[in-house]
Design a binder for this molecule. Sequence first.
Ligand SMILES: [Zn+2]
Length: 286
Amino acid sequence: MIWLLLFLNLLLFQFEGFFAIIKVETEIGSFGGDRGQIDDEDHDYFADEMTIYDPNTEMMLDDMIITHQEFKRFFIEEDEIETKRNAITDENSYWPDKTVRYFMDREFYDVDKKIIREGIKMITDVSCIKFNELSKPPNDSGPYIHINSGNGCYSKVGADCKKCIMSLSITGCLRPGTVAHEFLHSLGFYHMQCSKGRDNFVDIIWSNMKNNAEKNFFELGTVSSLLNTTYDYDSILHYGPRFFSVNGAPTIIPKDGRYLSRIGQREFLSQGDIDRLNIRYKCYEN
Ligand SMILES: [Zn+2]
């Protein structure tokens, strides 16, 4: 009898586990931004990776993994953040010694790794950021990016992590520009259309948006500062005009209409991207 009870308990536990998995999948199951494609098309995703992020402490914001604490920080008033700067400082999210360590999972072939390195080169060519490719995951406590081929393209924002997850799906993310986009997230940058002050440059059309996509379009506070550069329609971190559209109509319309077909490019780092990278990592000061 006891064995029967144990068996039933085990079965129940399995079911609980099963439902927990479904819950995580549902949460990340539907999106239409940068996670899987670089054009305006919209695809639903269904994750089979169960170790993407820890829902107790982290969440997905389109293609970015952020902590709940970081999400709350987006909405802290500027004067408040000044007083809290010491407690929640940006410094933790910067890569030490301006050096990004990364490890590419075994599932990548040499041809895939070559493309990932090309994306990295787009950053090293224009900044003082260094990249250190590891042949195996490190034993020390310093941060490193563990790149695997999960479902879609996404990255942990910043270096405030030990094993910082990045997914570059071999079926949709292996383009140098997409790789560079994800690495810019890991270097601490958010999407351009969420920058502070963006309402002077783009109109966000909430009524054309899919359910639950609104958070991807929130204007963020100081964390998403433009670092004294101007709003940048050409940024490789800008959404395309129809990202997360429910009806095919635009969700973002540049106030300067000439940029409608230009936003959302994933081919090159704009001059603004380069400037912000170099300002944030103090490349101009050396
Ligand atoms: Zn992104």
